[in-house]
Design a protein around this ligand. Structure first.
Ligand SMILES: *Cc1c(COP(=O)(O)O)cnc(C)c1O
Length: 359
């Protein structure tokens, strides 16, 4: 059935002339993208700690069909793979890529194999990958081991690799920058986000540069990247053999797009920093309580980067317009959400008992 002409048609169709992938088939899409850009004044006040004032927006990428920004790149990667004749796709994943690849493969009617680190994947992500019918394989190793293995598999067998080294992923993911500029009328002063494999920061920068070059933005933002302190190879300048952090989506010791990310940070006059799990969890709680926006712990790393920059004085935010990307949904990781809270009390089913406990 034809869609009404005003309907959103997904990032490939919406940015038809800019997403550089095959046009041999119509896009494999779940109508990803067009995610909310939410003003967050109460969160801005909390992060500013009385030291500065700035305007803050949240790009809420949890609004994508599988609950993370990975869908933007996956619609492009799966479309390209199917056009190239792939019957099977494979990826290594900390969870969200797995869920996204599984969904888009299901949509295309092809097989999907995902490698995840045993025991280090949030419940909602595993649930997604399994629900969408992927073959999920847990490895006694981390994401970096998984990436090495799937690269080898794609060289030896007729299987398409859809990790973020796949160039189509970047083409899809850069549409988030276009949406920001289309909504705000120009680029923000700062773009703030968590960094794991560094595909997203690379993609955002590409999108900003492209719109700026074509006169659709008058300026370029500065990039503020945040890595978890236990998995901060780019900040440290060396590979981390055994990355650790509660923010499992960025638990990566050897980022696939390391070089591009450093270039983007340099070109933008940006900054990359390491934030502790405590700083991440503090912001993770603050964003849901001040704004009603529930993200996964990894997503809050970007906010923790802002808070740290204000506290330490290196973030020049006064009077600026800041966009922080919240990369994935809080429901992906219910265990972490529940762990940090007081469990509900149980009462008798009568009004007296209820009035007694309402504080
Ligand atoms: C993948 C992911 C990241 C990291 O993005 P990279 O492109 O690997 O740097 C951050 N947050 C969430 C929720 C993710 O799924």
């Amino acid at each position: 059935m034809a869609q009404p002409s005003h309907a959103w048609r997904g990032v490939i169709e919406h940015y038809r002339a800019r997403v550089d992938i095959t046009r041999a088939i119509s896009p494999i899409t779940l109508l990803e993208g067009n995610t909310p850009l939410i003003p967050a004044p109460r969160l801005a006040t909390a992060l500013a700690q009385g030291k500065t004032e700035f305007e803050l927006f949240i790009k809420f990428e949890a609004g994508n069909p599988t609950g993370s920004f990975k869908d933007r790149g996956m619609t492009a990667a799966i479309t390209q793979a199917v056009a190239d004749g792939a019957q099977t796709v494979i990826c290594a994943s900390t969870g969200n890529t797995a869920a996204s690849a599984a969904a888009y493969a299901a949509r295309a009617g092809i097989k999907c194999v995902v490698l995840v680190p045993d025991g280090k994947i949030a419940a909602g992500k595993l649930a997604g990958a399994l629900a969408y019918g992927a073959q999920v394989i847990a490895i006694n190793g981390n994401f970096d081991d998984g990436l090495r293995m799937v690269k080898q598999a794609s060289e030896r067998a007729p299987i398409a690799l859809v990790n973020s080294i796949n160039p189509a992923r970047v083409q899809g993911q850069k549409t988030a920058s276009f949406e920001l500029i289309d909504t705000l009328g120009d680029a923000p002063d700062w773009l703030c986000l968590p960094v794991g494999n560094a595909g997203n920061i690379t993609s955002y920068w590409l999108g900003f540069v492209e719109y700026h070059r074509d006169g659709l933005a008058t300026k370029l933002p500065r990039l503020l990247g945040a890595q978890a302190a236990g998995s901060a190879p780019i900040v440290l300048g060396h590979i981390v053999e055994h990355p650790e952090t509660i923010a499992t989506a960025i638990r990566i010791g050897n980022p696939a797009r390391w070089r591009e990310a450093v270039q983007a940070l340099d070109d933008s006059g940006g900054h990359i920093t390491a934030v502790s799990d405590e700083e991440i969890l503090a912001c993770y709680k603050t964003v849901s309580r001040t704004e009603g926006i529930f993200c996964e712990p990894s997503s809050a790393a970007g906010l923790a980067g802002i808070a740290q920059g204000v506290r330490e004085g290196w973030a020049e935010l006064e009077g600026k317009r800041v966009v922080c990307v919240l990369t994935g949904h809080g429901l992906k990781d219910p265990d972490t959400a529940i762990k940090g809270t007081v469990p509900p009390i149980t009462i008798e089913p009568n009004i007296e008992a209820l009035l007694k406990v309402i504080d």
